[in-house]
Design a protein around this ligand. Structure first.
Ligand code: IVH
Length: 670
């Protein structure tokens, strides 16, 4: 390589890495695997060592993190938030161990910890009170996200133990459990909102949200893993972890104290398989020298401590052939590209399809037909194409081009505002949109119509029997046509018609949710139903009137105005009204999701894995249960999470109040 080429190469790497850091830290939307990012960073580091004269003074090799977002106040960290050197194999770890032993000799221990795949946070406590929570930002200053962090149940606002330093900072990781991630993403899908690729992005997106009410709806968790004080309060890291736990902080139970690198490697191998059994994602293991005196002796490099290192697990990856790209048109009109792959085994499952997210992703990968592609199943639930094996690209292969027109109805696609997704705007005549909307209307959480399934709706649509939701309620006049459908016997028809007739009794909130208005999910529909009492008030409400309702923001209000601004939608409402569906709240029978908990009383205490306390409260109340504030002999159930106060527990036991878990509560509702 000529010197010019070296300089060009270095400049290009700096630019590329800065963009990736920005995508990762600021947008929380990484577009490269961690492993590849680190490889590129390493390549740049090597070039800088060989050619220091070309090194960029702001090179990403010198920086610890990303840029600061403008929307939150910037706060300087009292102790900088450093990062850790990454390793990917045993040899790197043995080299690290060798370096440590050169400085402090052979007498030391390692604390092995899980490396949580979330986002790091710094918590400041003064006089045993949480005063500030700050994101990592660029390592020396970050964003003040205290209001949002205060919604996390696991983080105490006030410590009970009097025996804590007057001022200290904690470092930890905010994360979302996989079950909560999947549930919330499914909700987003139903609402036609953009999906998060993995729990880490969901957690990162949540912590940076402006609306802390919405943050509280999304259960986050936090593991604490380090303590900073002016004077060393403890002698070793291990003791500080125990100390934190006794002060009421959530500390991982899986950390282990070991005597040497071989035992640390055993720990790493053990968790390589076991990590999939955890309820949250980890992406590696962190090793820390235990004694603070020895840590001090080892010191720091410009970026990271010399007494700690992280080992990163490789995401599982395979190579396969891209058969073709197909496009799915959803109920909201969003057109999502899907890669159809030659089936391969990956992380214990057969993978046939991978998500391509949107048009930008096809561009980024520069996909060509018949390409050989690398597929990864890392933190993502759905497999993802990481890159193309260019060596195997066939000469003359055609580039994959995202369509300009809807693959289902031919209408020209549009983009909405700043969204990356393309939409088919033909919501009144594009077949999958119509079928999708009717399928949503009959679904379990909406009208829950017995005897009618997704496939039947598709058949009805193809035969011209239903084009709108309201057509479901005229099916009873089309008995002859129904009888002609193969495998649709008299019994099935009767059942279905009965189910449809029954659905007329469904409460207003369910009908409203069933209409499939963008951003109007189950909870929002309930709030709107109770806030307006009837459909005419809702249709005529102004944006101001709508946003005055609890939990209704401007985005939702505008979506409602847009929906009822269309004549076709108003006509549907009139037709459904004429068929006898519920379009007002019947005050006498407060619309419950069920009355399974009617007459039962509950106290909720502690922290829970999948639901926030607010959500559990909603769940109980909307099924007829009552929440009490204290424990008494009359109480039916104590819903107990982790870290529950010992006095409550004792009282409940003394009074023989049954203790139930989050899962037990859900079981009561089945
Ligand atoms: S210790 C100076 N311990 O990994 C030591 N970090 O690359 C700083 N992380 O920014 C961190 N689990 O976000 C530490 N048990 C753990 C961790 C952990 C996850 C993250 C953290 C940090 C990054 C380091």
């Amino acid at each position: 390589m000529s010197l010019f080429d070296v300089k060009d190469k270095m400049d290009a790497l700096v630019k590329e890495l800065n963009q990736h850091s920005y995508n990762y830290y600021v947008l929380a939307m990484p577009t490269i695997a961690d492993y590849e990012f680190d490889k590129k960073l390493e390549e740049l580091g090597k070039l800088e060592q060989a050619h220091p004269e070309f090194a960029d003074p702001n090179s990403p090799t010198l920086r610890v993190g990303g840029e600061i977002t403008k929307t939150f106040t910037t706060v300087k960290h009292r102790w900088p938030m450093l990062s850790l050197g990454n390793t990917y194999n045993e040899q790197d770890l043995r080299d690290f161990d060798e370096r440590v032993r050169k400085t402090i000799g052979d007498q030391f221990e390692y604390v092995c910890e899980l490396k949580f795949d979330g986002l790091s946070i710094s918590l400041t406590y003064e006089d045993a009170k949480l005063v500030r929570a700050v994101t990592r930002g660029d390592g020396s200053k970050g964003d003040d996200v205290t209001t949002n962090i205060k919604t996390i149940n696991r983080i105490p606002h006030q410590l009970k133990s009097p025996d804590v330093p007057p001022l200290f900072e904690l470092r930890g990781e905010i994360l979302m459990h996989r079950a909560a991630f999947e549930r919330l993403n499914k909700e987003r899908e139903e609402l036609g909102e953009v999906l998060y690729a993995n729990p880490r992005n969901f957690a990162a997106g949540t912590v940076k949200m402006q609306d802390s009410k919405e943050v509280a709806r999304r259960p986050l968790d936090c593991f604490l893993y380090s303590l900073n004080t002016d004077k060393n309060y403890f002698r070793t890291h291990w003791e500080s972890l125990q100390g934190l736990s006794s002060w009421g902080f959530h500390v991982s139970e899986h950390s282990k104290l070991v005597d040497n690198i071989d035992q640390a490697l055993d720990f790493i191998r053990y968790w390589d398989d076991q990590r999939f059994k955890l309820s949250y994602d980890i992406d590696g293991i962190v090793l820390k020298v235990n004694s603070y005196a020895q840590q001090q002796e080892l010191g720091f490099t410009a970026k990271s401590p010399r007494w700690a290192i992280s080992f990163k697990y490789k995401a599982q990856e395979v190579e396969t052939i891209l058969d073709r790209v197909t496009y799915q048109v959803g109920r909201t009109g969003a057109v999502t590209p899907v890669a159809n792959l030659k089936p391969v085994q990956l992380a214990g499952t057969t993978v046939k399809r991978a998500t391509l997210h949107n048009a930008n992703e096809i561009e980024r990968l520069d996909l060509h037909e018949g390409d050989s592609v690398f597929v990864e199943k890392g933190g993502e639930i759905i497999p993802k194409i990481i890159s193309v094996n260019l060596d195997k690209r066939k000469a003359g292969a055609a580039k994959v081009i995202y369509p300009v027109a809807c693959p289902e109805c031919g209408t020209e696609l549009i983009r909405k505002g700043a969204e990356v997704a393309f939409y088919c705007p033909n919501d009144e005549a594009c077949p999958p949109q119509i079928v999708g909307k009717i399928q949503h209307f009959i679904s379990r959480k909406a009208m829950n119509i017995d005897g009618l399934g997704d496939e039947t709706i598709e058949t009805f649509y193809q035969r011209g029997l239903v084009k709108h939701i309201s057509d479901l309620y005229t099916l009873d006049e089309k008995a002859d046509e129904l009888k002609q459908i193969e495998r649709f016997g008299e019994r099935s028809i009767e059942n279905m018609l009965k189910g449809i007739a029954e659905s007329k009794k469904m409460p207003f909130e369910k009908v409203l949710f069933g209409l499939g208005i963008r951003y109007v999910g189950e909870t929002v529909a309930r709030k709107l139903a109770y806030g307006t009492k009837d459909i005419d008030t809702l249709i005529h409400a102004s944006v101001e009137e709508l946003t005055a309702i609890d939990e209704i923001g401007e985005r939702i209000a505008e979506s409602i105005k847009e929906y009822f601004g269309k004549n076709e939608h108003l006509k549907q409402v009139e037709l459904l009204k004429a068929r006898g569906l519920q379009f007002e709240v019947i005050e006498s029978e407060i619309a419950l999701q069920s009355d399974k908990l009617t007459g039962k009383t509950f106290v909720i205490s502690g922290v829970f894995e999948n639901y926030s306390r607010e959500e559990l409260k909603d769940l109980i109340e909307s099924n007829g249960g009552k929440i009490l504030s204290g424990i008494s002999a009359k109480l039916n159930y104590l819903v107990a999470g982790e870290n529950m106060g010992p006095s409550k527990l004792e009282k409940a036991k003394k009074l023989n109040v049954p203790l139930i878990s989050e899962q037990d509560l859900l079981a009561l509702l089945k």
